[in-house]
Design a protein around this ligand. Structure first.
Ligand code: ADP
Ligand code: MG
Length: 216
């Protein structure tokens, strides 16, 4: 890889490749996600995410030329305006806050951890949600905390990707036994138990896809 292609380089040159990896992972798991969303959602979660990813990929070259904080902010605004549903405003909030937090700072692992952490806190405020309520926050929150810990020890990329992948998977699995108290699944009460939250599932798939693309 040339230095311009490194994940910590100044511009978001890797973004089109990461978006492609995310799109592939969602399509490969589309039936599994659809099953969960039919069971405890309203069946539109994949459609929502696809709309957002298509809108981002249409702007891929433009975003790739930006510095990462600007790209994150633009990703967030694009998601807010193109994706319906809870997930659009939540992921929009995540990326806009990441962009604001990282603005003007050198992009180090510490900056990434700070920015992602601030983004996840903003998602929690926006969704009025804490971990344990059977949402995508059950994946994002432990991943944010693990990222801070791994940044402190300056973990090398392969270890970072592996550990974050495991944390995301454990968070996703943890939603199976929870009763939903936020979002549409909360209308089902006790009957939401026994299913993985679709938003937690797609969060885990996207984190794993980005990680694998970074170490590939
Ligand atoms: P909608 O719920 O509006 O149909 P989506 O289907 O795109 O939106 O997304 C559903 C996912 O969004 C859920 O599986 C859950 O993970 C997440 N979610 C819903 N409400 C909240 C909330 N208040 N806070 C955090 N996450 C939420
Ligand atoms: Mg839905």
């Amino acid at each position: 890889m040339s230095s311009a292609d490194q994940p910590n380089s100044h511009t978001a040159a890797l973004l089109p490749e990461l978006l492609r990896a995310v799109a592939v992972a969602l399509e490969e798991n589309a039936e599994a996600v659809a099953e969960l969303d039919r069971a405890i959602g309203d069946g539109d979660h994949l459609v929502n995410l696809r709309r957002g990813i298509d809108a981002l990929r249409a702007r891929g070259d433009e975003l790739a030329g930006m510095d990462w904080p600007s790209a994150w902010q633009q990703i967030g605004m694009t998601l807010m305006t193109t994706v319906g549903g809870a997930s659009g405003s939540l992921y929009g909030t995540l990326f806009v806050t990441m962009g604001k937090t990282a603005r003007g700072r050198e992009l180090t692992l510490e900056t990434l951890a700070d920015s992602f952490g601030a983004g996840v806190e903003a998602v929690k405020r926006r969704g009025r949600v804490e971990p344990g309520e059977k949402t995508l926050v059950d994946v994002l929150d432990p991943v944010a905390k693990a990222l801070v810990r791994l940044a402190q020890v300056e973990a090398p990329l392969p270890r970072l990707v592996e550990e974050l992948g495991q944390v995301a998977e454990a968070g996703m699995e943890s939603t199976r036994d929870l009763v939903a108290t936020k979002g549409r699944a909360s209308f089902l009460g006790e009957r939401s138990r026994g299913w993985i939250d679709p938003g937690a599932k797609t969060a885990q798939l996207m984190i794993a896809a980005v990680g694998q693309a970074l170490v590939a």
